[in-house]
Design a protein around this ligand. Structure first.
Ligand SMILES: Nc1ncnc2c1ncn2[C@@H]1O[C@H](COP(=O)(O)OP(=O)(O)O)[C@@H](O)[C@H]1O
Ligand SMILES: [Mg+2]
Length: 236
């Protein structure tokens, strides 16, 4: 179950890679349970970097970031891995386990949580069918196309009904019809209680779903034309 409080608390967070320029500049953001946000911005704006911060894959250079109430600057490696178990993630490189079948990849989050093997199989099979991969359950990831791998990663990210879903351009490799199905999958998860953040270039979906847009430009989150109420956007 999610906490009553914020899922993400970000106060004046900045990120800089080594000696480079600041990629993210003093961002403040609150994400609450059951919220849904699109994350937009030009290529290089920092969308992937922001998602990596939220997954505890990077630490802020400055500022305070709390995920599920835990200060990411202070958590131990063990605490970080417990936090990550509550997060479903679709990164652009998919991170599939190459020696496991498609079905085994998707069952992994349920295995980690010690769910009953038959329940694991049922849920994973159901999702794989939904994303059009029923023919590929026993296939190894290396035999799949980019779009198929992306769908495996998505099924794995959502199968455990995580408290937080982070997806980085999750429909970049699929056709429009499949993209629509996937956005409805994310929306369904959101309606069941997951806090969802999706980085996307698909203007069409940003426009048709009634969810706020976090727009990154020059390292800052700016209110955008869709719904420019900063409170609604979660920006302080
Ligand atoms: N590991 C890294 N080391 C150094 N610079 C990086 C690294 N990852 C991303 N960057 C830089 O950070 C900026 C934002 O990148 P990124 O977060 O990938 O943006 P987006 O996902 O919006 O395209 C870019 O200028 C990129 O070159
Ligand atoms: Mg990116």
């Amino acid at each position: 179950m999610v906490d009553q409080g914020e899922i993400v608390f970000m106060d004046r967070v900045s990120l800089r890679y080594q000696e480079g320029v600041s990629v993210l500049k003093s961002l403040s953001l609150h994400l609450f349970p059951r919220s849904f946000h699109f994350l937009t911005g030009l290529s290089g704006a920092g969308k992937s970097s922001l998602l990596r911060l939220l997954y505890l894959g990077l630490r802020p250079t400055a500022g305070t970031l709390k995920v599920f109430g835990a200060d990411v600057q202070k958590v131990s490696a063990q605490e970080a891995s417990l936090i990550r178990r509550r997060v479903g993630v679709v990164f652009q490189d998919f991170n599939l386990i190459e020696h496991l079948s498609v079905l085994e990849n998707v069952m992994l989050p349920l295995k980690v949580r010690n769910e009953h093997p038959s329940a694991r199989q049922e849920q994973a099979r159901e999702l794989l069918s939904w994303v059009g991969l029923e023919e590929y359950m026993d296939t190894l990831p290396k035999h799949l196309s980019g779009g198929q791998r992306q769908r495996v990663a998505i099924a794995r990210a959502v199968v455990g009904r995580p408290d937080l879903l982070l997806a980085d351009e999750p429909t970049g490799n699929v056709d429009d019809k499949m993209a629509q199905k996937l956005f409805h999958l994310f929306d369904g998860l959101h309606k069941m209680g997951t806090c969802v953040v999706i980085a996307t270039h698909s203007r069409h979906f940003v426009d048709i779903f009634p969810y706020p847009e976090l727009h990154l430009e020059n390292g800052r989150l700016i209110p955008c034309s869709k719904k420019n109420d900063p409170t609604h956007l979660g920006i302080l």
